[in-house]
Structures are given as structure tokens and as C-alpha cells.
Design a binder for this molecule. Structure first.
Ligand code: GTP
Ligand code: MG
Length: 304
């Protein structure tokens, strides 16, 4: 009996790629049914590959959220875009997300060109259908299918969940037969300290503007379980300049206080323990060229 069940299982990797802000992280969270990856209205929120795991019938689906693909300038940009394309090499299925409200612009054009090198089957996922007219969706479906060979086209709203169940069933039917790679109840493979750093970065993105979010990174330094069941977490926010540090702190420390309060609530909810969160802001000029920061983020360090 166990033998039969094992033979019936399926398992595979589904990479979610697309331009920045297409809704990849929102879709990952919707597919898994939990908040695994951070989401903000700003572009370039996700910086490294984030895996979320879901079970659908006999299939275990390992979804890989990726940084948005755009024309990179800085070293960090190159590492992010490189990791996104890299995810397609190990994928059994590649889901190409397009923000249907935005349509096809420069980043989408570049992505379409890059798709020719991908051997795995590709599916087109038109996202944000909640804010787009049907007419536009049909035109976009046609135009994109003329440009690349998609096995199928899906129209979803990652935000409302519309169409997500159908997409998930499709993936479950298409991933190869094979044993599950993760325990049944596991939904993420990221260490909690990394999740906690990401949550703080989300709050930073939500509260800071212009270039600042892109000039900062967050690392968890200390994670200590206390006797009363609470967890003491110390994190460092790295910025590039003293002037940036001042903005992150805010007048009388108000900005960092707000970031910390919001992050603490979400981290506590994620780890299901009370949290004492301590944030430190440090200037580290050129952190974007420091290999150690890339290791912490789970990114490969581009040589140039
Ligand atoms: N209206 C609408 N908004 C959406 C939908 N999906 C995502 N969004 C919004 O789009 C913005 C970007 O969402 P993310 O999930 O962070 O996008 P992403 O593709 O992961 O972005 P990067 O990590 O920067 O590449 C957020 O404000 C989301 O709430 C959707 O289906 N409908
Ligand atoms: Mg993202």
C-alpha cells in the first residue's frame, strides 16, 4: 500500500519569473497559502530565490519566487537578475508572470527574448486581472502567445486569489512523477532568522522612499530563545552613508521605531512566539560590493 502511494506521488519545481512588481511574491504566497515572501508596492523587493512548498493532491510543488528581471546596473542588480534566470535551469515548469495592467514594456520584451533559451515548459500567467478589462486581457494573451511558445495561458489575481486554484491544479498535473523532497508539513526552506530579516526589510521598503530602500540591507545578528518563551532578535540595517542612516532613524528615532514596531508584530506572528526586536543602523560604505553581504542574502557574488 505504501509502495503504491509512493509510486503515485509527483514532485517538481515551478519557477515564477517576470518583471519587477509583476506580483510573483504575492502569487507564491497565494499558492502556498502563507506569507513566505515579502511584498511591497515598490519594484525590486525580492532579492534572492525564495522557495515555498505546497501539496496539491499527490503532488508536492516547490515554487521558486525570484527577483524581478530588469536591465541591471549595479552589482546587486546583476546578482538578482542572474539568480532569477538561474532559477529556470532547475525548474520543471517556468511560469512567466506579466502584470496585465502594465502590459508589455522594455523589461517584458527582454524577458520574452530570454525565454527562447529555456528548455522547461513555460506557462503564461497574466496577473492583476482584477484591475484590467477583459478586452485588454484577450489582446495581451494573443500578442504574447505569438511571441513565445507557452503550453498554456492563465489569468489570475494573485491578490484576490482568483484563478490561483486552477493554476495550482495545472502545475500538480504537470510536475514529474517522483518522491516528495520535503516533509508534508513544510512550507518553506528558509531559516527563521532570514525570514525575520526579510520582514524587517519589507517594513523598511514600506516606510522609506526614493533610493533608500535600494541602498539598504537587513541581517539578523542575534537570535536568542529566552526562558519565558520569547525570542530576542537583534538585527542590523546596513546603509551606505551617514545621511541615509539619519533618514532611517528619523526625527527623534521615530522612523526606526515605526519600522521596528511593525516588523516585531509580523515576526512574532510568523514564528508564533513573542519577540523582542532590537534594530541597529550601521553605515557600511560599499556594502553592495561586499561578498559577505551577498552570502547573507543567498546570492552569488558577481565578479564584476
Ligand atoms: N491589483 C492587484 N495588485 C497585485 C496583484 N498581485 C500583486 N499585486 C500588487 O503588486 C505589487 C507588487 O507585488 P509583489 O508580489 O511584491 O511583486 P513582485 O513581482 O514579487 O515584485 P519584485 O519582488 O519587486 O520583483 C504589490 O503592491 C501587490 O500588492 C493582483 O493580482 N492585483
Ligand atoms: Mg517579489
Amino acid at each position: 500500500m505504501a509502495d503504491t502511494a509512493e509510486h503515485a506521488t509527483r514532485c517538481g519545481f515551478v519557477a515564477l519569473i517576470g518583471a519587477p512588481n509583476a506580483g510573483k511574491s504575492t502569487l507564491l504566497n497565494a499558492l502556498v497559502g502563507a506569507k513566505i515572501s515579502i511584498v511591497t508596492p515598490k519594484v525590486q523587493t525580492t532579492r534572492a530565490l525564495i522557495r515555498g512548498i505546497a501539496i496539491e493532491g499527490a503532488a508536492q510543488l516547490i515554487f521558486v519566487d525570484t527577483p524581478g528581471i530588469f536591465a541591471p546596473r549595479r552589482r546587486l542588480d546583476r546578482a538578482m537578475v542572474g539568480s532569477a534566470w538561474g532559477s529556470t535551469h532547475d525548474a520543471d515548469i517556468v511560469a512567466v508572470l506579466v502584470d496585465s495592467h502594465k502590459g508589455v514594456q522594455d523589461d517584458e520584451e527582454a524577458i520574452l527574448r530570454g525565454l527562447t533559451d529555456i528548455r522547461a515548459p513555460k506557462v503564461l500567467v497574466l496577473n492583476k486581472v482584477d484591475i484590467v478589462e477583459k478586452q485588454k486581457l484577450l489582446a495581451l494573451t494573443q500578442a504574447l502567445n505569438e511571441r513565445a511558445a507557452f503550453a498554456s495561458t492563465f489569468m489570475v489575481s494573485a491578490r484576490s486569489g482568483d484563478g490561483v486554484a486552477d493554476l495550482k491544479s495545472f502545475f500538480a498535473a504537470r510536475v514529474p512523477a517522483g518522491p516528495w523532497l520535503y516533509p508534508e508539513d513544510q512550507i518553506s526552506d528558509a531559516p527563521l532568522r532570514q525570514l525575520a530579516a526579510e520582514i524587517t526589510r519589507e517594513k523598511l521598503y514600506l516606510r522609506l522612499h526614493q533610493e533608500l530602500p535600494y541602498r539598504s540591507t537587513v541581517e539578523t545578528e542575534i537570535w536568542k530563545e529566552l526562558k519565558d518563551g520569547a525570542v530576542r532578535i537583534e538585527q542590523t540595517i546596513y546603509v551606505e552613508r551617514e545621511s541615509q542612516r539619519k533618514i532611517v532613524l528619523g526625527k527623534g528615532g521615530q522612523t526606526i521605531k515605526g519600522i521596528g514596531a511593525a516588523a516585531r508584530i509580523d515576526i512574532a506572528a510568523a514564528i508564533e512566539h513573542p519577540v523582542h526586536l532590537f534594530l541597529f543602523v550601521k553605515v557600511r560604505e560599499g556594502w553592495g560590493d561586499d561578498p559577505e553581504r551577498y552570502r547573507e542574502m543567498g546570492l552569488e557574488f558577481p565578479r564584476e
